[in-house]
Every structure is written in structure tokens, then in C-alpha cells.
Design a protein around this ligand. Structure first.
Ligand SMILES: [Zn+2]
Ligand SMILES: [Zn+2]
Length: 90
């Protein structure tokens, strides 16, 4: 185990994962990875140019706002990093 006395004097709630491209900071690496996609344009809706926070939010957006079926969304977005394996291949 670690020796005692490693306290850096921080408040203890400071986010550990910071984006290198903007000032955003996150408390989990997964959140940071999702955030990186926004910089790559992977969360931008190709139909209305709305930028979502996550690819999963974009898929939901395209379904709700543009009334697209899942296969249509998949065809439009292609493979975008975290395309869920939960969706069976058609
Ligand atoms: Zn950023
Ligand atoms: Zn849209």
C-alpha cells in the first residue's frame, strides 16, 4: 500500500482528466474520451449541424428530431468510435 502523507493539499474534488484542446475537465477518463469526439466533429448532426455531447446523444437526436430509423442513422453516421455492440448487425 501507499505510505501515508501523500496529500497534495487539494480540495479532493478536483477533476483529474483535462481536455488538451479546451478548458473542459472531467472526473472520469471515459467522460474525457466522449468529450474528445466533440472536437473531432463526431457528435455533430449531419442534418441540422447541432453538436451533441456524445455520439449516443447524437444517435438519439437523429431518431427523435429527424425521425430516422436505427439502420438509417447507422448508415449516416457509419462507425463512430463507440457504436454500441448492443445494436445487432442487420
Ligand atoms: Zn475539449
Ligand atoms: Zn439534427
Amino acid at each position: 500500500m501507499f505510505a501515508a502523507g501523500t496529500s497534495e493539499g487539494s480540495a479532493g474534488t478536483a477533476p483529474d482528466f483535462r481536455c488538451g484542446r479546451c478548458a473542459a475537465a472531467f472526473r472520469s477518463y471515459e467522460s474525457l474520451l466522449h468529450h474528445h469526439k466533440t472536437h473531432e466533429g463526431l457528435t455533430r448532426c449531419p442534418l441540422c449541424d447541432t453538436c451533441l455531447n456524445r455520439v449516443s446523444d447524437l444517435r438519439r437526436h437523429m431518431g427523435r428530431v429527424h425521425k430516422l430509423e436505427r439502420p438509417q442513422v447507422a448508415a449516416m453516421l457509419g462507425r463512430r468510435g463507440d457504436w454500441q455492440a448492443a445494436a445487432p448487425p442487420i
